[in-house]
Write a protein that binds this ligand. Structure first.
Ligand code: GAL
Length: 316
């Protein structure tokens, strides 16, 4: 009798402390598009930490796969999660164009799925009640980038020709983050009554090295005509910064540079003036929301279709 009582008390204590055993806790399949991506690394680490440390999901129930930027590889990983009968999936697709087929697949398998970071279209999300999107509205980040430039003393015009002459270094153009940041940063300048002139626009696929190469090309080709380099993310802005330094230009004195994500390094640069500004892409808010929604869905609770997390403007 005493033993039974002790066991019951131990179980109650475990329940009170929120300690789950692998059998009773949900099994979560997480697919990240590319472990090499700076921002998604912050996101992934926080998602794992939050699930394991704060939500007490046993480590073995949190399975995180690297899509290595290859959709075929990631599709195999998703098929693996389905075969493994996971309770819920959190998916950061390699190619958003694969969303419809993935949604049909998870719907047929009856596995609730939270899409993160790369937003499927509304029509795609409409295909199943078992899917939702957790993310930030990329239009907001673009608008903030444009506003940061419009709010500078010379309104983004160093060469004094009355026009903001800019170069745009884009992420992967299939991604709405890249499309909207490109569009809305310039729209914000125009909405502020400024004239704009696009000197250059190329895809840098979110990558620092590519950002550096493209910015070097811009500066060689257009020299002092360039007032602003817009980068769709901070990794590419870090690369662009190196090209700016190599070219003998100075951020804040003869050129402006903006990114998105607010990587620690870039926050420091904004503080010391070597970057004009960035926009916080809140990986903590997004990863926590994704995990909370996923755990509810694993229990069979219905999901909303969208969960939004705000961006935050970062200037000196
Ligand atoms: C964006 C982020 C980029 C990159 C991309 C991957 O939201 O700003 O740095 O991580 O997602 O899809």
């Amino acid at each position: 009798m005493k033993k039974v009582l002790a066991l019951v008390m131990a179980l109650m204590l475990m329940a009170l402390c929120g300690v789950a055993t692998a059998e009773d806790a949900p099994k979560i399949g997480i697919a990240i598009y590319n472990f090499a991506d700076n921002f998604m690394t912050l996101y992934r680490n926080e998602l794992h930490r939050y699930l394991v440390e704060d939500l007490k999901i046993p480590e073995e129930n949190v399975i995180i796969m690297d899509g290595k930027n290859d959709q075929a590889e990631q599709t195999n990983q998703i098929d693996g999660f389905i075969a493994d009968n996971v309770d819920v999936m959190i998916l950061n697709l390699v190619q958003t164009s694969s969303a419809a087929s993935v949604i049909q697949k998870v719907d047929a398998a009856g596995i609730p799925t939270v899409f993160i970071n790369r937003e499927p279209t509304k029509e795609e999300l409409d295909l199943s009640k078992l899917v939702c999107y957790v993310g930030a509205d990329a239009r907001q980040s673009g608008t903030f980038q444009g506003e940061i430039i419009a709010e500078t003393e010379n309104k983004g015009d160093f060469n004094g020709n009355g026009v903001v002459d800019y170069a745009m270094i884009m992420g992967d153009p299939e991604n709405v983050d890249a499309q909207y940041r490109t569009e809305f940063s310039i729209k914000a300048l125009e909405d502020a009554g400024l004239k704009v002139n696009k000197l250059y626009e190329q895809r840098g696929d979110w990558d620092q090295t590519k950002g550096q190469e493209l910015a070097a090309t811009v500066l060689t080709q257009f020299g002092n005509d360039v007032d602003v380099i817009f980068c769709n993310n901070d990794a590419m802005a870090l690369g662009a910064y190196q090209a700016i330094v190599d070219n003998g230009r100075t951020v804040g004195k003869d050129i402006y540079l903006v990114g998105v994500d607010a990587l620690d390094e870039c926050q420091e640069m904004v503080k010391n003036g070597t970057m004009t500004g960035t926009v916080l892409n809140d990986h903590i808010g997004q990863s926590h929301t994704a995990a909370d929604v996923a755990l509810k869905a694993a229990k069979g609770e219905p999901m909303e279709q969208y969960y939004w997390v705000d961006y935050v403007k970062v200037t000196k």
